[in-house]
Design a protein. Structure first.
Length: 404
């Protein structure tokens, strides 16, 4: 005999109400269901059934159709009109198994019917099936409600995060604009003082002026980075695509970087591996990305080599090029690489203290790459070669931009 044991879909004992005006029918059904482990109650009429369910709705109702005073169809219709009872599954017990009667029962809100004379096993199987369906439906509804609440919560969190990010971007933009003007004035006055002093200025004075200029230029670079970051994060960084020779741009930049490379005794070389002709992208942003990568390589490499390798990626769709900047510097641990592209975060406290920096250059470079539809990645090992790889489509439109 089927047993109503608790399960994931049927926790606890299910309660069943038997509604039939014939006492023997009620006794048989109650005994059968109670023996299977269900909690069973019974009433002899429709009005008493409606009164009973108001006091405590059962999990399922077995409802006779032919009853005096109020037939089963009317009882079911009234149950379905009440918010507190409309979800209770109703199984009709009827001797009228013709199509018209069955259809009327389904229209009234019943989920199934059991034909008389009653077959015990059929009753138990149908009861168990509909109880499981009901529990699964309730579980699914609860999960759906929880999912809806989670979606509402996440949407509110996303909107709050966006508002906070917009506020941060506006603040950074305001601060950097306000800082650049006085900084440019300071640098201008340094040039004027140097001109007035002329060649007869003392070495100590010239050294002081050089330090002021260096610090001022550092701050201007910092404010420019902050402004760029604010623009990118606010989605207000414009792209200006133009045709340019990538090899020529890289070689020109390499010559500009020679003094910085020589400062740490490094050798810089450019290898154009089959890249020729022009690409269409934002030239200024491409140069900014390469400048950040070469500056980092020069800073973290001592008496070593820095190599820039350019190549087409024939399998890429759309067509793309790859720019790899490889150095023989201090290298990075996996933990440091995990922090590398986060704004304002140094790879490590020791590195930041020794080499300086703001933690913005690489973060901005990756965002600019993705804005142009490409990406920036890194491969490194401690005390071995580090390679930063830029991948860019060879034709970037003004509307390009991957998620950043």
């Amino acid at each position: 005999m089927t047993s109503a044991q608790p399960s994931e879909t049927d926790p606890g004992l299910a309660s069943i109400l038997v509604v039939d005006d014939i006492l023997n029918n009620r006794k048989v059904l109650c005994h059968t269901l109670a023996s299977a482990g269900y909690e069973v109650d019974s009433v002899p009429s429709g009005p008493e059934a409606l009164k009973f369910v108001q006091a405590g709705p059962p999990d399922l109702i077995l409802l006779d159709v032919n009853m005096p005073e109020m037939d089963g169809y009317e009882v079911c219709r009234r149950l379905k009109q009440n918010d507190a009872t409309r979800e209770i599954p109703v199984l009709f017990i009827t001797a009228r198994a013709d199509t018209e009667s069955v259809v009327e029962g389904f229209k009234a809100g019943g989920v199934d019917y059991i034909a008389k004379p009653i077959q015990i096993q059929e009753v138990l199987v149908r009861v168990e099936t509909h109880l499981k369906v009901t529990r699964l439906t309730q579980s699914l509804r609860q999960q759906n409600d929880a999912l809806q609440q989670e979606m509402i919560r996440r949407k509110a969190a996303e909107e709050a995060a966006k508002a906070a990010n917009d506020a941060k971007s506006r603040f950074l933009s305001f601060i950097t604009h306000e800082m650049r003007s006085p900084l440019c004035s300071v640098l201008g006055y340094v040039d004027l003082v140097q001109e007035e002093l002329g060649p007869g200025a003392s070495p100590e004075c010239l050294e002081d002026l050089s330090r002021i200029r260096s610090s001022g230029q550092h701050l201007v670079g910092l404010t420019n980075n902050l402004l760029d970051l604010a623009k990118v994060e606010a989605g207000k960084m414009p792209l200006v695509p133009e045709d340019f020779d990538l090899v020529q741009l890289t070689q020109d930049l390499a010559r500009e970087m020679e003094p910085l490379m020589a400062k740490n005794g490094n050798q810089l070389s450019v290898i154009a591996g089959g890249v020729s002709g022009t690409i269409r992208a934002d030239r200024t942003k491409t140069k900014q990305i390469l400048l950040n990568l070469l500056s980092n390589a020069a800073k973290f490499t001592s008496r070593g080599t820095v190599t820039v390798t350019l190549e087409r990626i024939p399998e890429a769709v759309p067509a793309a090029c790859r720019i790899a900047v490889t150095d023989t510097g201090i290298g990075l641990t996996p933990e440091q690489m995990g922090l590398l592209f986060q704004p304002y975060v140094q790879a490590s406290a020791a590195t930041g203290k020794t080499y300086g920096g703001t933690g913005l250059g690489l973060a901005i470079s990756r965002k600019l790459c993705r804005l142009m539809g490409g990406d920036l990645t890194v491969v490194s090992q401690p005390n071995q070669a580090t390679t930063f790889t830029v991948q860019l489509p060879v034709c970037v439109s003004a509307s390009s931009g991957a998620a950043i």
